[in-house]
Design a protein around this ligand. Structure first.
Ligand SMILES: Nc1ncnc2c1ncn2[C@@H]1O[C@H](COP(=O)(O)OP(=O)(O)OP(=O)(O)O)[C@@H](O)[C@H]1O
Length: 320
C-alpha cells in the first residue's frame, strides 16, 4: 500500500497586502480519494490551488505533492499532476482533436490510443472533429479534463469544474469525476456547492475567509448538520404559531419574508403539521428550505446572505 499522500499541505499562508487570502491551512489528500475544497466566493480556494500548481508562492508553509516540494524538486513536483485553474483554454478554430494533438505534441507525444481513450472517457469522441468554437461551455470543460488526462496523471486538480454549467452539464461533469475516481485517479476539486461535494467527494475541507472551518469526511459533516427546515404556508399563521408553543422538539418562526419556517426532526414536523390539519388550519405549502448539509455549510461559512432561513435563532417571533 502506498502511504505517500497525494497532497500534504501544512500551515500554508498567502497574503495580498493586508488580506490573508489563505491563512495557515493544512490539507491532506490521500492517494485514490476524491477530495473537495469547499467554500463561498473569496474563501481562498483558487489561491490554494494556484500555490499547489506553483503559479504563486506561499508566504509560509509547505506543500508536498506525492512527497515532493517545490523547494526540493522544482517543476518535477508536478510529475503526475494535471488539471486546470478556472477554465481551460483552447484554439476555437481548431477541432477538439486537433487541440488535444497539439497539446500532446508539446508534451512530447502520447502513447498510441491514449487520445481516443481520453476522448471516450469524457464522452467527446463524437464531437472531437468539430471546431471548439462551436462547443458548449460544458463540452470545453470536458475537453479540458481530456487534455489533463493526456498526461496520465495520478492527481487531477479541478478548480470549480461545474461552475457556469447548466444542469445537464453539471450532471455530466459529476458523472465524469465519479468515473475517473472509479479508475483509481486521485481528484482534488474546489467547489462552492455543498450538494456537489456531498455527491462526489470522500473528504472535504470547508474554507471561509482563508481559514479552515471544517475538515473531515462527509459522514462526519452529516452528524453536525442541523435539523431540516421547511417553509410552511397556512390559512392562519397566527394560530399555527400558537399551536407550536408547546412543541419543544421543533422551532416555528416567522421568516422576514412572511412565511413560517419549521425546523426540527422530520417525525416532529410531520406530527405538528397533522395537528394543524386537525385544528382546521389549511395547509397551503410545505417545502424544504435547503438540505441540512447546505444549511450547515452556510452556518460554517457565515454567509450573511443566507441567514434568514438557516439561523432560526435570529428569526423574529421565534416560539420555542
Ligand atoms: N492576485 C491577487 N491580488 C489581490 N487579492 C487577491 C489576488 N488573488 C486573490 N485575491 C483575493 O484573495 C481572496 C481569495 O480569493 P480566491 O480567488 O482564492 O477565492 P475563491 O475561494 O477561489 O473564490 P471564487 O470562488 O470566487 O473563485 C479574495 O478576497 C480575492 O479577492
Amino acid at each position: 500500500m502506498n502511504d505517500i499522500l497525494a497532497v500534504d499541505a501544512q500551515g500554508v499562508t498567502k497574503t495580498y497586502g493586508s488580506l490573508r487570502a489563505v491563512d495557515d491551512i493544512s490539507v491532506r489528500v490521500a492517494a485514490g480519494e476524491v477530495y473537495g475544497v469547499l467554500g463561498p466566493n473569496g474563501a481562498g480556494k483558487t489561491t490554494f490551488l494556484r500555490m499547489l500548481f506553483g503559479l504563486i508562492r506561499p508566504d509560509a508553509g509547505t506543500i508536498r505533492v506525492f512527497g515532493k516540494t517545490w523547494e526540493d524538486s522544482g517543476v518535477r513536483v508536478l510529475d503526475g499532476v494535471a488539471g486546470f485553474i478556472e477554465s481551460p483554454r483552447f484554439y476555437p478554430y481548431l477541432t477538439g482533436r486537433q487541440n488535444l494533438e497539439g497539446l500532446a505534441l508539446l508534451d512530447g507525444g502520447t502513447p498510441t490510443g491514449l487520445l481516443e481513450e481520453v476522448l471516450d472517457v469524457v464522452e467527446m469522441s463524437e464531437r472531437a472533429d468539430q471546431k471548439v468554437g462551436g462547443y458548449s461551455y460544458g463540452m470545453r470543460q470536458r475537453l479540458g479534463v481530456a487534455a489533463s488526462l493526456l498526461r496520465e496523471p495520478r492527481l487531477l486538480v479541478l478548480d470549480e469544474p461545474a461552475n457556469g454549467l447548466d444542469p445537464a452539464g453539471i450532471r455530466d461533469m459529476r458523472a465524469l469525476v465519479k468515473r475517473l475516481a472509479g479508475r483509481g485517479l486521485t481528484v482534488l476539486l474546489s467547489s462552492h456547492d455543498m450538494e456537489e461535494v456531498e455527491e462526489i467527494c470522500d473528504n472535504v475541507t470547508i474554507m471561509t475567509r482563508g481559514t479552515v472551518a471544517f475538515h473531515g469526511t462527509i459522514a462526519q459533516l452529516r452528524t453536525m448538520a442541523p435539523d431540516p427546515g421547511h417553509v410552511l404556508a397556512t390559512t392562519d399563521d397566527v394560530r399555527a404559531l400558537k399551536l407550536a408553543e408547546n412543541r419543544f422538539a421543533i422551532t416555528v418562526a416567522r421568516d422576514p419574508g412572511a412565511a413560517l419556517i419549521v425546523t426540527g426532526p422530520p417525525t416532529e414536523v410531520s406530527s405538528y403539521v397533522g395537528s394543524l390539519v386537525s385544528a382546521d388550519i389549511g395547509l397551503l405549502a410545505l417545502t424544504p428550505t435547503r438540505t441540512p448539509l447546505e444549511a450547515l455549510f452556510f452556518m460554517l461559512t457565515d454567509d450573511p446572505t443566507h441567514q434568514s432561513l438557516d439561523r432560526p435563532a435570529q428569526l423574529q417571533d421565534t416560539l420555542r
